[in-house]
Design a protein around this ligand. Structure first.
Ligand code: AHR
Length: 496
């Protein structure tokens, strides 16, 4: 049978949240220092912000950026990073075993976000931090009252509030690598109490619960305990219906075997589906009224990360291949297909650390993974559409094995969107050596075509040579479209 992809613009699944294309900047390796902040470099502005990085973030249209960790946040005291620079303490840092100078802190980050035109998303310290500190941080960022932390912000030169909407209740608190590692029972109790106090202070904030990967007993427990019919702390008149607004999950995938590399992100799809089911179950068991908006998934760390190629303690500067770029395109297809559950997703990370964007003292390098991210952020917005796919399948193992095992996986990985009357079809041909001719039902010429590929699956981009980029062409929409081997293709045509 001939392979087919059928698309119908009337078959809308759900809106794609713009925050699907979010970023993440952690005090880790060269993400902040030497990445977004590089004082003295001729490429930086008077505040030390790298202008070329800001331009790149604007080009990517990054809607939201998570900060300051990650693991870093578990021993971070935000007060160290505000006020006159010369008075800020240098501290030992226990996540990546370094020294934090605190030259770059809350005001710098929030002003950088304003410059980029992106929303900040702050993660609270659930390790050595206290609830008082967390309340102080929210007050410092958001309050207009004549109170201590709001006045401290004013004294530091910032009169109007920053209005930081997104706040996370800790990071990976289940992990043995965390200062402050907790049992799921202890975490659920603490997160719920913090959420109550934080929402009493500022009912306009969106709170994100710390989950694991979506398919763990940690997720099941914390969702069941924290997604409840809340009575105290909520304020429906101010739009605050529940203490917890989103559940966060993390996953990194990688394999030196191409087929395992490109199929591994499908484990994240299971994680999203399972976590969404756990949320539904908690809402039913805890009798959460339907008037409370359904809590979404915040996939606030995702990417291809091979810990051997790019160890964390060394700044995780991974050099990405074409195979990795195709894996990133599959990751993004997952988020579009799961649009009904995704409230936010953040590639980890935005600069230098496991990132599509690398800096050096004289400029930036766009890695292979930059190109699918750019095309998705530019074109895969609006509504996600249902798609029917029929094609031959890969029947080998997928990783991690305990999630999907050996199941048949179509050689083509596909998602579709509709925005402003234009259909966009994203297709990854994961096959290492076969082109696939496909009957694209519903496509109408003229079709704009964007192709990301390279000569070899291990092609990389460096300062010297960009082996992987985007090629633009056109197709008249007649007959079959041939998706070349190991290629990511995005087709766009008018819906009517
Ligand atoms: O993104 C790198 C690290 O990976 C983060 O600090 C942590 O949350 C995760 O384990």
């Amino acid at each position: 049978e001939r392979p087919t992809i059928s698309v119908n613009p009337a078959h809308v699944i759900a809106p794609i949240n713009d925050n699907t294309y979010g970023g993440f900047t952690e005090h880790m390796g060269r993400c902040i220092y030497g990445g977004i902040y590089d004082p003295g470099n001729p490429l930086s502005d008077e505040r030390g912000f790298r202008r070329d990085v800001i331009e790149a973030m604007k080009e990517l249209r990054v809607p939201v950026v998570r900060y300051p960790g990650g693991n870093f946040v578990a021993t971070y005291h935000w007060v160290d990073g505000i006020g006159p620079r010369e008075q800020r303490p240098r501290r030992r840092e226990l996540a990546w075993i370094g020294v934090e100078t605190n030259e770059f802190g809350t005001d710098e980050f929030l002003q950088w976000c304003e410059e980029v035109g992106t929303e900040p998303y702050i993660c609270l310290n659930f390790g050595t931090g206290t609830l008082d500190e967390a309340l102080g941080w929210v007050e410092y960022c958001n309050a207009t009252s004549d109170t201590d932390y709001a006045n401290l912000r004013r004294r530091n030169g910032r009169d109007k509030p920053y209005n930081v909407k997104y706040w996370a209740l800790g990071n990976e608190m289940y992990g043995a690598w965390q200062v402050g590692e907790m049992t799921k029972e202890d975490y659920a109790k603490k997160a719920y109490q913090w959420a109550k106090a934080l929402k009493l202070l500022d009912p306009s904030i969106i709170l994100i619960l710390c989950g694991q990967d979506g398919f763990s007993s940690w997720d099941a427990h914390v969702i069941k305990e924290c997604i409840r019919h809340d009575v105290h702390g909520v304020n429906p008149e101010k739009g605050c219906h529940s203490l917890i607004d989103m559940h966060s999950i993390h996953l990194y995938t990688a394999s030196s075997d191409h087929l395992c590399n490109v199929t591994a992100p499908l484990a994240a799809e299971r994680g999203i589906e399972i976590a969404a089911g756990l949320i539904d179950l908690a809402r039913i068991e805890n009798k959460v009224p339907p008037s409370v908006p359904r809590q979404k998934i915040c996939f606030d760390e995702w990417n291809v990360w091979d810990m051997f190629r790019a160890p964390g303690e060394q700044g995780a500067e991974e050099r990405y291949t074409l195979s990795d770029a195709l894996a990133v395109a599959v990751w993004l297809n997952v988020f579009v297909r799961q649009a009904r559950y995704i409230g936010m997703a953040n590639i980890a990370q935005s600069v230098n650390v496991i990132s599509p964007l690398m800096t050096n003292p004289g400029g930036i390098v766009k890695q292979t993974t930059w190109w699918p991210l750019l095309l998705f952020s530019r074109y895969m917005r609006g509504d996600a559409l249902a798609v029917h796919l029929r094609c031959a399948e890969y029947e080998g193992p997928t990783k991690p094995e305990w999630i999907r095992g050996t199941v048949a996986t179509p050689w083509l990985d596909v998602s579709v969107s509709l925005k402003d009357g234009i259909v966009a079809l994203a297709v990854v041909n994961t096959h290492p050596d076969e082109d696939l001719a496909v009957d694209v039902q519903g496509a109408k010429g003229p079709v704009e075509v964007f192709t990301v590929t390279g000569d070899r699956l291990d092609a990389v981009n460096t300062e010297e040579a960009q082996q992987v980029g985007v090629k633009e062409s056109n197709w008249d929409g007649q007959g079959c479209y041939v998706f070349p081997k190991h290629t990511f293709t995005l087709l766009r045509w008018p819906a009517s």
